[in-house]
Design a protein around this ligand. Sequence first.
Ligand SMILES: [Zn+2]
Length: 249
Amino acid sequence: MADVLAFGAHPDDLEIGCGGTLALLAAQGREVVLVDFTRGEMGTRGSVAERRAEADAAARVLGAKARLNLELPDGFLPFRDPASGLAVRELAVARVVELIREHRPRLVLANYPSDAHPDHVIVGETVKQARYLAGLKKWQPVAGGAARATERHRPDLLLQYFEHEQHAPTCVVDVSSVFEKKLAAIRCHQSQLHDPARAEPQTALSRPDFLERRAARDRFFGAQVGVDYAEPFFTQGPPKIADPMSLLP
Ligand SMILES: [Zn+2]
């Protein structure tokens, strides 16, 4: 069981996209389980073993209860698995439905389904579809193996976070109190970040100013609501306000 299931395509997506919100939820006593779709084996920098260790360290920093990996093929989420020939997206929907029914979270997080990286798009679409299908009594996941009867469950809310592309958010979360934890969790992904000692090719993440750029984004959204740092999200439909006075600063 978990209060929150958070999905990302690669081992560092969750920290970069919504690490502050995850740290905040954990600090509030919520059980947060992180799920990476792939092991990040297509990453320009770092090995699978390094990335697994970094992801586990980051999960501890965020205060997550557990971190799972679906071990789907990195870079191939929209396509067929080059090894098995199976449609990866079908496997992914089945796995996410199973996880939702097993952990029964009220809140799920996933990438926003418009992004430069095709894997991010698929995670966004897959989790949105799986959240709905998991609530259908007669829908049983069958892709990639024998059908296993699982009891329906539909999370109440899906929050989608932004990575390469920034979109107009429908809500922002004040992460000022945990912002250092977010940075510390991102810093766990050392193989991906600036390190003059590593001879691997450079990426957007390995720029010396990567963390400063991400902090600037959260600073920008924080400034819009009068706090130090905020993370932006997309929700289907506007969030419901029970008490208009709760909107007061
Ligand atoms: Zn990613």
